[in-house]
Ligand binder design. Structure first.
Ligand code: MN3
Length: 298
């Protein structure tokens, strides 16, 4: 089961200006083949289905625990897309005749406005829906760990390319955080493979061969040592991740540690209403009245 905390894993600045094209690019990190929905669902299914969990506990703990972190990553990517779409279309209260969406069509992802309510979608940057075919779970532990290592390498490429595709500060902030945390997961699966096979997989890193320290938005997290921390996303469980997550970081040699502290994180933006897409579809005064009535009856 899952416990949920109503915060983002990172402090995400408010988007100062809407940026439809950045929102479209960032969708790749959500519903792309190598996006956060894929990392989430690969590790989730692998943890559900792992056989011999009792004997393979450190590996089970690692995959299950990283899956929980990935749930927070899709949340962070969605928050970024939502921030970038806020104020993107001219705000008009119920004025369909004035075609307020005309200004945004042909830019960015039309589904953000025509299908969704200016919100994140489970699709890639082309608008193509994420699919369960992105989940690989052979049941063979070495093959699944090898796949996860590859998946994190592909994910890293995606983050670097989204970073290159936009100068938008909120999109870049997200990329910096995800590069740092994806880096942790990449090293974790390399370590898992090393313990299983003796092959020094960590020597393959970085792919591509540039350091996260060259990206200022990632470097600040590395300077805080966040690239060496495995957060344990459970009050009492998954304690055997430290059998794998230990020793020196392959890039800078700093010691890898498991922490019981959760990421400091930051608030979730409440989201400005977007009346031209009827989100949330009531006049703000009406909603305030309904909510006040609920509170009074409580
Ligand atoms: Mn991730």
């Amino acid at each position: 089961m899952y416990l949920r905390i109503d915060k983002l894993q990172l402090e995400l600045p408010m988007a100062e200006n809407p940026d439809i094209e950045a929102a479209k690019a960032v969708q790749e990190l959500l519903g792309g083949q190598f996006g956060e929905m894929s990392t989430l669902m690969n590790y989730t299914y692998q943890s559900f289905n792992m056989r011999g969990k009792d004997k393979l506990k450190p590996y089970y703990d690692l995959v299950a625990n990283i899956a929980a972190e990935e749930l927070g990553h899709i949340e962070a990517v969605a928050a970024t897309v939502n921030g970038l779409l806020t104020g993107a279309a001219p705000r008009q209260e119920g004025a369909a005749a004035d075609s307020p969406l005309e200004a945004v069509l042909g830019k960015g992802l039309s589904h953000h406005f025509l299908f969704g309510g200016q919100g994140a979608l489970p699709v890639d940057s082309r608008g193509i829906a994420w699919t369960g075919e992105n989940v690989f779970n052979s049941g063979a532990l070495v093959l699944d760990m090898l796949h996860n290592f590859f998946l994190e390498c592909g994910a890293r490429m995606g983050k670097l390319r989204v970073y290159q595709s936009t100068s938008n500060p909120i999109a870049r902030e997200l990329c910096g955080y995800l590069l740092t945390r994806g880096g942790v997961h990449q090293v974790a699966y390399a370590k898992a493979l090393e313990t299983l096979t003796g092959v020094e997989v960590g020597k393959m890193l970085n792919i591509p061969n540039i350091s996260n320290n060259e990206i200022p938005e990632a470097k600040k997290y590395h300077d805080q040592g966040i690239h060496t921390l495995m957060y344990r996303f459970s009050p009492d469980d998954y304690k055997d991740i430290d059998k794998i997550w230990k020793g020196p970081h392959p890039e800078d040699g700093k010691p890898l540690t498991v922490t019981d502290e959760l990421p400091k994180g930051g608030p979730i933006n409440p989201g400005t209403p977007e009346p031209q897409v009827y989100a949330p579809g009531y006049h703000p005064g009406e909603l305030a009245e309904i909510a006040a009535r609920l509170m009074k009856n409580a």
